[in-house]
Ligand binder design. Structure first.
Ligand code: UTP
Length: 287
């Protein structure tokens, strides 16, 4: 069965983006003029998903407010000749059904995914971290294909320099990547020492998971700070059945910290047909 639901965990505290995140959730910070969360939903829609579950917290009401219909703004845009913008505001609710699940204590990514259990049901589903933005939907679509073909979970992968592996979840691959960038995963190791790392392939913020992961999450023991790590549940899955990783040449930005966010905004602004030329001129002059 092909996954149709994408879970977007958005209940974290965003401490790396304080003080902005005191009032604005990290997931709503704009990439040019569009919240990061919207770009993630567009990526899911582009990969064929029709249901998005946003895991949020009651301390972040702005996330739900973003999805409220706004008839006054739409009417104003239409009456002032800005129908295309009005269309784009109305588009999300039409293309993708958005529902909410709640995690009121930030007890880690595994716990956040577990909070989406009822909303997902007994089906394969994607998990998309909203502080990683991809250039297009192709990685997620390929991961859904691989999961459908193998019947197991799939993680997105990226090569990093060896001396950086200790900051990430790292896979232990069975052999080499095939011509499509797919590799079977023996196991996963969270933040290994450089010398112990089984590869230089790290897990990025895209997952395609079979629903048995929910029982595994329920079995994970809390680690540092009481957090339930998703990687621990994935390791249980890899121990039991097929589990794959996909490496794909796709643009990717880490927008969860100020430097990464700025890099994404600058890079995407240079390509933006509305402002790219003017922005490039200004930047060249400035440099
Ligand atoms: P991060 O660790 O990047 O988010 O988690 P964070 O904890 O909000 O950020 P910092 O480190 O304090 O700056 C990746 C995604 O998972 C969500 C976050 O909202 C973010 O979008 N998350 C994380 C949850 O929903 N719940 C959690 O308990 C942890």
């Amino acid at each position: 069965m092909r996954a149709r639901t994408a879970v977007i965990p958005a209940a974290g505290m965003g401490t790396r983006f304080l003080p902005a995140t005191k009032a604005v959730p990290k997931e709503l910070l704009p990439i040019i003029d569009t919240p990061a969360l919207q770009l993630i939903i567009d990526e899911a829609a582009g990969a064929g998903f029709d249901h998005v579950v946003v895991v949020t917290s009651h301390a972040k009401p702005a996330i739900e407010a973003y999805f409220e219909p706004n008839p006054e703004v739409i009417a104003k845009l239409r009456s002032t000749g800005r129908g295309a913008l009005a269309d784009s505001l109305e588009r999300t609710a039409r293309d993708v059904r958005v529902t909410f699940a709640y995690q009121d204590e930030a007890l880690g990514l595994g716990h956040a995914v577990g909070c989406a259990r009822d909303a997902v049901g007994d089906e394969p589903f994607a998990v998309m971290l909203p502080d990683e933005i991809m250039g297009d939907s192709s990685l997620l679509a390929q991961m859904a294909d691989v999961s459908e073909a193998t019947g197991g979970s799939v993680v997105g992968l990226k090569h990093v320099p060896r001396d950086e592996v200790s900051s990430y979840g790292v896979i232990d691959p069975v052999g080499d990547l095939d011509e499509h960038g797919v590799v079977r995963v023996r196991t996963l190791v969270e933040k290994p020492a450089v010398d112990d790392a089984p590869s230089d392939l790290i897990i990025i913020g895209r997952y395609l998971l079979t629903p048995d992961v929910f029982d595994k999450i329920a079995r994970v023991r809390p680690g540092a700070g009481g957090e339930i790590q998703l990687t621990d549940a994935l390791r249980m899955q890899a121990d039991e059945g097929p589990f794959h990783g996909v490496l794909r040449d796709v643009r990717r930005y880490d927008t969860g910290n100020p430097l990464g966010w700025l890099t994404a905004v600058v890079d995407l602004a240079l390509d933006d047909p509305r402002i790219g030329d003017a922005f490039r001129d200004w930047l060249q002059h400035r440099l």
